[in-house]
Design a protein around this ligand. Sequence first.
Ligand code: PLP
Length: 428
Amino acid sequence: MTIPGEEAARRLDEADPGHRHLFHVPPAEGGRYAEAAYLVGNSLGLPPRAVRADLLAELDAWATKGVTGHFTGPRPWVPYVRLLTAPSARLVGALPEETVVMNSLTVNLHLLMVSFYRPTAGRDRIVVEDAAFPSDSYAVRSQARHHGLDPDEVVVRLRPRPGEETLRTEDVVGYLEREGHRVALVLLGGINYLTGELLDIPAITEAGHRAGALVGWDLAHAVGNVPLALHDWGVDFAAWCTYKYLNSGPGALAGAFVHERHLADPAINRFEGWWGTDEATRFEMAPVSRPPATAEAWQISNPPVLAMAPIRTSLAIFDEVGMPALRARSLRLTGYLERLLDEIIPTRPLTVLTPRDPERRGCQLSVRVGAGGAAALTKRLAHEYGVLVDDREPDVIRLAPVPLYSTYHDCWRAVDALADLVAETGRG
Ligand SMILES: Cc1ncc(COP(=O)(O)O)c(C=O)c1O
């Protein structure tokens, strides 16, 4: 043990226990404790214990009903997706008709860009962060090519100021004030996957609109992590995955949001399939789609019920706990992790990249650990201490104490192990 405070961490867990009992926590690969200190819910959330029974219920329905399960039973499969709509809408601050669960995240971003990236001569730019998640980068570049445009010309990557790690809202807004007349679409991560920075979604959305652009958000790292109010903020569209903070399983389906003002706009084009036509007439098998004025119009195929079942289970937990309580615990837990890190940082070559203002971040703290050291350090943390964090090459590790199930003791273990390892490898 390198740092003090283990008993204090245990007392904090007693006073502020979270909802760990609702989840399976993997065993530790190494170290003195039975369970892993799981700080990678920003990558893959843990399984709610109730998922197994809920998933088995749908398997049983399939076994006992066959095809009739589409229309009969307590949760018929044709309208099943709607069981996910209201809880998803509550999480992102949307009207139910603005929200749908379908596909995966990058697919949804593409489908939404089909509708909302409409370049014209003189207004063809797509603004992203330089540190955008690679999939988003590839998606916007391929959308540009799809329109016959050169991605190197039209994709604008916003960088932090020299010597700074994160974007300043005033710089994004400043860019949009100067160059916004050439911008067709702003597509940013609500919380940046690498730095953990929470952007000012309402301020940037408003600036984009003032410039005449449309504004969409990738909320992979924001949904279930920070409170969102997409409808009131006037966001044009958004998409998110459900396998990180929403704990719905590896490769789980994604969510999509389209603002009410676009839902009945006949000028908006979509890629269509039979699930995007009005449910009341879907089985008339008509050759021309009649999409409803809801986000469901963006659906293409009939969705996988077995993949939706865990999302239903997981969203019920969010409804039970509520985002305000989760965010409050998240602020306490991440603040505690930050204070522990600050005790060991002065004597070690570690830097927190994430903004220090809790209002500008969610639960994740990203730490720069020295060039080339992130992957090796991550492995040793797991194998020797049972502490699961993840790394982004070359030099960043990410620690995300998830307010639903992470503990103060997990945070203490992570910093204790980090102190041990960084000193031990001579980088201190
Ligand atoms: C910010 C962000 N965007 C997009 C993706 C890609 O998600 P998917 O593979 O579900 O399309 C990820 C995956 O981790 C992500 O973190």
